[in-house]
Design a protein around this ligand. Structure first.
Ligand code: DAH
Length: 355
């Protein structure tokens, strides 16, 4: 039997057996690799007697094609079988019921901050932010609150070090200072954010939210303050008329200072804002104290203006009929589902909330 026939018969019988992909690749290289059996036969062609060379070459080519085709066929068969096996294993059962999913809600405080920001932005206020961890200077001293001033105790401050230099801000007013230190007047900003005081009951939580307002320019007076707050309250509560009163008060950073009450009444167990003869305190405000302006290098002889601080949680409770402040921060999903807002209800200036 010729060498060629031997090679052919041996490998045809090998290829008929059950082979893995690796074994097939091995056979392929045994035959057709650089020093493979078939490749070596090709190298022999030149040494063969001229009378037999043509037949040898032709036989060799036939055997080469036959073995090669058989190997490719086998490889394809195995690959196909592998794919089928995988498809079988990963079969998707389209009859399975879909998994239930929970849609997130916007927290009423976030919704209220968005509403407040959009109302003030309509009349030219921009939004500023400051850190929750403040220094004592921005939170008190620069705001004209000297070391021994009772306001420092009044605020029940959470101090973060023994020297009482770092603290959790007790109000959003330090953002006034940060804003005026980094820019030149005029200023027209609001600053919503978290604030902290050591206080907890049905209407107080150790962490709560305020929005600060500040408007400083060359000719700003209390009339502007009244006009601005009147506009805001009407827009916020979506009423045409609002009863409002300014009660003289005291804050170290304003002079004169006032607290603002709005009129309300209870009708059929519901609170109606803007009418009636009951009063509800909702914010503190005043004309910025000249000392505060001096502390941030703004000349009080040239610039003056007003500031205000509003409790956001309080406003949200009033507008959305929520009667326990603590529920805001309980993280009870059922509560949020009930009082929360659909993302699509959000005003267009909505800037994002981690969801
Ligand atoms: N910071 C004050 C507080 O937390 C609120 C406040 C009152 C802010 C008067 C002001 C203001 O800017 O002018 O009670």
């Amino acid at each position: 039997m010729s060498d060629l026939k031997k090679i052919r018969d041996e490998f045809i019988s090998k290829l008929k057996g059950k082979l893995t992909l690796a074994e097939l690749n091995q056979i392929k290289s045994d035959l057709f690799g650089k020093n493979g059996l078939v490749s070596s036969q090709f190298k022999k062609i030149g040494t063969i007697d001229a009378s037999e060379r043509k037949k040898f070459a032709s036989d060799l080519n036939i055997i080469k094609d036959e073995l090669h085709d058989l190997i490719i066929l086998k490889i394809n068969e195995i690959e196909k079988a592998n794919i089928n096996e995988k498809l079988e294993k990963e079969k998707i059962d389209v009859t399975l019921p879909e998994r239930s999913f929970v849609r997130g809600k916007i927290h009423p405080v976030s919704q209220t901050i968005d509403e407040i920001s959009s109302i003030f932005s309509e009349i030219g206020f921009s939004v500023e932010e400051g850190p929750d961890v403040e220094n004592e200077y921005n939170n008190f001293t620069a705001l004209n609150t000297p070391d021994n001033h009772p306001a420092r105790d009044m605020h029940d401050t959470f101090y973060l070090d023994e020297k009482k230099k770092r603290l959790l801000r007790t109000h959003t007013s330090p953002v006034q200072i940060r804003t005026m230190l980094k820019d030149k007047p005029p200023f027209k900003i609001i600053a919503p954010g978290r604030t902290y005081r050591s206080d907890s009951d049905q209407t107080h939580s150790p962490m709560f939210h305020q929005v600060e307002g500040l408007h400083i320019d060359k000719n700003i007076n209390m009339g502007h303050l009244k006009g601005c707050l009147n506009y805001f309250i009407k827009e916020f509560f979506e009423v045409k008329k609002i009863k409002m009163r300014f009660r003289p008060s005291h804050f170290p950073f304003t002079e004169p200072s006032a607290e603002v009450d709005i009129g309300y009444e209870i009708k059929d167990g519901k609170i109606i804002i803007g009418e009636g003869d009951q009063w509800l305190e909702i914010l503190g405000c005043g004309m910025v104290h000249p000392n505060v302006l001096k502390n941030v290098k703004v000349d009080p002889a040239k610039f003056q203006g007003y500031a205000f601080g509003i409790g956001i949680d309080r406003l949200a409770m009033l507008k959305y009929g929520i009667n326990d402040l603590r529920a805001f921060f309980d993280c009870d999903y059922r509560w949020l589902n009930h009082f929360g807002f659909d993302p699509l209800d959000v005003p267009t200036n909505y800037r994002g909330l981690s969801r």
